[in-house]
Structure formats: C-alpha cells, structure tokens
Design a protein around this ligand. Structure first.
Ligand SMILES: Cc1cc2nc3c(=O)[nH]c(=O)nc-3n(C[C@H](O)[C@H](O)[C@H](O)COP(=O)(O)OP(=O)(O)OC[C@H]3O[C@@H](n4cnc5c(N)ncnc54)[C@H](O)[C@@H]3O)c2cc1C
Ligand SMILES: *[C@@H]1O[C@H](CO)[C@@H](O)[C@H](O)[C@H]1NC(C)=O
Length: 425
C-alpha cells in the first residue's frame, strides 16, 4: 500500500490549491497554510499599496497581490482552467475570452469548494520558519500572534513569485527621489493625470498599464531593453512612444534613452517583474535563491538533495499556460510522494539539471512564442509521469494559435484573437 504522508502545503493560491487537490486524491493528510484570510493568492485584488512604492524598505508591510483594478487575464480562459475543472463561461461571469480578475477569483473559490479543499486551509496562518530535523520537517507558523510548530513528512512550497519588486537599474536612478514606483503598487490611472510618465518594461503589465495611463497622462514613454524594439510613436494613442533602454537620468529628472532622445519625466514606473523570495525556508544552503533563479530543482520541482520531501510548485516564470503547468507539477509531486512515480537517483537528477542549463544557454534567452516547443516537451514529460497521455493536444493547438496571433499582431490587440487563428485546418 502507498504510504500516507502528512504534508504541509504553504500558500492557497493556484499552486497551493491544485497541490492540495492532488495530494488529497492520493489520500495524503494535507494542511494548507495561508497567511491571508481568503484563498486565491494573486487573484485577491487588494486596493491597498505599500508604503514604499519601490518596495526597497525592508520593514514595510507587504501587500501580496500585484493586481490593478481593471486587470483582465492576459491568457485566454481556455488556457487558465485545471485539468479536472475547466474555466468555462459561467452564468455569473462575463462571456469574454479574457475575463476580469474577479471572475478568476470566483472560479478558484468554486474549484476549492468542488474538491473539498477549503476545509484543509488554515487561514490567517503565516509560515515563518521551515526546518529539516531527523528526516522530518518542522513548520513554524503564527496565527493570531501565537506561534506554533508542527511536524510533517513533507513540505510543498506554493508561495508564488509576484510580490517582491525587481527594479531596473540605470545611471542617475538616485536623481529621481519620490518619483518612481513599481507596478506592484499600481492600482488605478488617476494619480498619473497630466503627468509625463516613463514606463520601463516589455511584458504584459508594461503594455496594459501604459495604455491605461495614456488615457489620463500627458505623455507615456515606454522603455525596453530588448534589442528588437522598434523606436517609434505608437499608434494606439497620440501620446505614446516606444524608446530603447534608459541611458541615464540627470539631476533635474531628465531621462535620456539610448537612441539619444530625452524627456522630462514626472514619474518612472518600473514594470520590470518580481524576485523569488522564500524567507521562511531553511534548506541549509542546498537550494539557492537569487532574483530570478531557484535551484537546483529537478524538473523545476524537486531539489535532488531534499527530494522527495521538499518540493516547489509554481516556480517557472515563462509559461504559456501557468495553471496547466502548475496543475501537472502538483499531480506529479503527489504521485512521487505516493511512490507511484519514483524519482531517479540524486546524481541522475543533478545531471538532468546540468543538461537543462546547458540547453538553455545554447538557445539564448527564450522568447515566449519560440519557447513553446521547449515548454511542450516539459509538459509532455510531466504528463507521462502521471499517466495522462493525450490530454495536451487541444491545449497545444490553442497555445500555438494564441501565441502566433500575439507574435503577428502584438499583445495590445489580444482581445481580437479568435480560436483557431493561424491553424491550418
Ligand atoms: C499582474 C499579474 C497578472 C497576471 N495575469 C495572469 C493571467 O492572466 N493568467 C495567468 O494564468 N496568470 C497570470 N498571472 C500569474 C499568476 O501569478 C498566476 O496565475 C497564479 O496566481 C500563481 O499562483 P501561485 O499559487 O503560484 O501564487 P500566488 O497566487 O501568489 O499565491 C501564493 C499564496 O501563498 C500565500 N503565502 C505566501 N507566503 C506565505 C507564508 N509564509 N505563509 C502562508 N501563506 C503564504 C499568499 O498569501 C498567497 O495566497 C499574473 C500575475 C500578475 C502579478
Ligand atoms: C521522507 O519522509 C518519509 C516519511 O516521513 C521518510 O520515511 C523518508 O525517510 C523521508 N525521505 C528523506 C530522503 O528524507
């Protein structure tokens, strides 16, 4: 008989919920720790912003979610469902392909109710310390100002990675005191009324937020470090421009881009992504974490030295379908812990990780669309571990179609995407 383990899941966002579901199905005993008073993680919109708009003050009170008020999904809903629970159009919801954030949160609550996960969650309980002692994990948490320790066989880390701002760096950055913020603290466009705004970044947030701000701001100047960027006036508004990287900022706040153009910015908005951060987790240096890397992790989930009793679900950044990736990682983790999907030896896992790094180096920095092949290899591999052959075919054609559309027309026009775009029937 498969062993029944006592497993701590840290976080009740998409990763924690799907992990709890998979572990429960394998009959493990599950406790989900959640510091907030509700489930959903990123998808719980919080109108509050942090006291330090750049997130540099280590003593600030942290707001978890980085959602802004108007946010709609940047992936079609077909790519946001779980394998056992599709994100279909709901009676209460809107019928669009890119629903608002409220609907995603409602969907996650429904999923949790449907699979009996709510009962497993300890709300308002923050994990502050996780240590390994004699092959068992001690999870220290605080609830209602009272701290307690509990012993587990295994721990799955599901805390997300869209909370700690990562900032752009450029000469003269210190010349703009009080005139910079990170998108983590962006909620609504009103504060940008009549301002000249420089938005740094190239991702969906940079694009969506700059378009939203352009409706009230005097001018919006996007700055990207990508070498493929076309420096031009943008046709989505008459007050938006695309520039290259910032070259420097001088003493009176004049921002000069690398192509030589300067603007007098009222504010710089960093839409430059987030850092990984696991302050509670003591792996005795076995897993190292820097801004944009957590490792070594076998197949992005298990640190070979601590496998299978420590795992991470939800680490990959670049993903064409985050929910699906996380769902498969969760199912795989549960199967590994039950002994249904045995892991290779530590040495083999390390060798696989080295091979993966080499492969990434060879390919250079992956691009969203061109990276789909690599991602599918990974998803197919996970599918093979959990015995779900064939489940990815439909997803694959939706992803290919959607990311081809984005590559052809640009992310700004995503709402015009139709299922089947670019696919030869
Ligand atoms: C602006 C923005 C837009 C996005 N848009 C999309 C989109 O359109 N489609 C998409 O698929 N994805 C999108 N994402 C990615 C999004 O992060 C994922 O969809 C998903 O929310 C990740 O889930 P998660 O469970 O890994 O992390 P989170 O949702 O961040 O959940 C982590 C949970 O862990 C809890 N937690 C953290 N630390 C502790 C602790 N020490 N103790 C107890 N609990 C703790 C947190 O309170 C939180 O509830 C977007 C992200 C951002 C920031
Ligand atoms: C993982 O946990 C199980 C159950 O407590 C234990 O028997 C096993 O030794 C642990 N494995 C490792 C590598 O620590």
């Amino acid at each position: 008989m498969a062993p029944i383990l006592k497993v701590a899941v840290i976080g009740a966002g998409i990763s924690g919920l799907t992990t709890a579901q998979a572990l429960k199905r394998e009959a493990h005993q599950v406790v989900v720790y959640e510091k907030s008073d509700q489930l959903g993680g990123t998808w719980v919109y919080d109108p509050r912003v942090e006291s330090d708009p750049l997130g540099l003050d280590l003593n600030r009170e942290i707001v978890h979610s980085s959602l802004y008020r108007s946010l709609c999904t940047n992936l079609p809903r077909q790519l946001m469902g779980f394998l056992d629970y599709p994100f279909a159009i709901r009676e209460y919801g809107d019928s669009s392909t890119f629903p608002g954030h409220e609907e995603v949160l409602e969907f996650l609550n429904e999923f949790a109710r449907e699979f009996g996960l709510v009962e497993l969650i300890r709300f308002q309980t923050e994990v502050v310390q996780v240590d390994l002692r004699n092959d068992q994990w001690i999870v220290g948490s605080i609830a209602n100002k009272v701290s307690s320790d509990e012993v587990f066989d295994a721990v799955v880390v599901c805390v997300g990675h869209h909370t700690q701002p990562r900032l752009a760096d450029f000469p003269g950055i210190e010349n703009l005191p009080g005139k910079q913020m990170h998108s983590h603290n962006y909620r609504v466009p009103e504060p940008f009324q009549d301002q000249i705004v420089v938005v740094i970044g190239d991702g969906p947030s940079a694009k969506d937020i700059s378009l939203e701000i352009s409706r009230v701001a005097k001018e919006v100047h996007l700055s990207s470090r990508s070498p493929n960027i076309k420096i031009s006036k943008l046709d989505c508004g008459d007050n938006m421009w695309q520039h290259s990287k910032i070259d420097h900022v001088d003493g009176n706040g004049e921002v000069t881009f690398q192509e030589g153009v300067s603007v007098n910015a009222d504010i710089i908005l960093h839409c430059t992504g987030y850092k990984y951060c696991f302050p509670f987790l003591n792996t005795e240096g076995i897993v190292s974490v820097d801004d944009n890397h957590v490792g070594p992790l076998y197949k992005h989930v298990f640190p070979p030295q601590l496998a299978p009793n420590l795992s991470y679900v939800g680490v990959p950044y670049k993903s064409a379908s985050i929910t699906l990736t996380v769902d498969l990682q969760a199912k795989w983790t549960a199967h590994v812990l039950s002994g249904k999907a045995p892991l290779p030896s530590k040495e083999e896992m390390m060798a696989d990780i080295q091979e993966y790094y080499r492969c990434m180096d060879d390919k250079g920095i992956p691009k969203h669309y061109t990276n789909l092949g690599l991602e599918f290899e990974y998803l197919n591999w996970l599918v093979s571990q959990v015995g779900l052959a064939g489940v990815l075919e439909q997803t694959r054609s939706i992803q290919t179609s959607y990311f081809k559309f984005i590559a052809d027309k640009g992310v700004w026009r995503r709402k015009e995407w139709q299922l089947g775009y670019g696919i030869q029937e």
